[in-house]
Ligand binder design. Structure first.
Ligand SMILES: [Zn+2]
Length: 105
């Protein structure tokens, strides 16, 4: 896949699940957001920003992968998004305390 294709697919998934994501964000965040605010934020993300949002550990806040070195290669080598997620899951497992930010997507 190319990076733009991956970014578009990740955005599409977040928009489809917007209501679920917003309700789980609002459970833990003191700053409540609306579904529309979330959708606007997703739509205004650059390709890099949306991809990076999947690559930050929700356990410790650190990057799961060094972005420029690994992600481009993983994205190029992945034939589809399922393969991209399975590589991401391997990296998360290697990271230790990691859970994917958007676990259910
Ligand atoms: Zn971590």
């Amino acid at each position: 896949m190319d990076k733009n294709e991956l970014a578009e697919e990740l955005k599409r998934r977040q928009l489809v699940k917007a209501e679920d994501i917003v309700s789980s964000i609002n459970k833990v965040s003191p700053d409540k957001i609306s579904v529309q605010q979330f959708k606007d934020a997703v739509n205004s993300c650059s390709d890099n920003e949306i991809i990076m949002s999947y690559l930050v550990c929700s356990g410790c806040g650190a990057p799961i992968l060094p972005y420029e070195t690994d992600v481009d290669a993983i994205t190029r080598e992945s034939k589809n998004i399922a393969e991209w997620f399975s590589r991401l899951d391997e990296a998360i497992a290697a990271h230790g305390d990691g859970v994917r930010t958007y676990q259910k997507l």
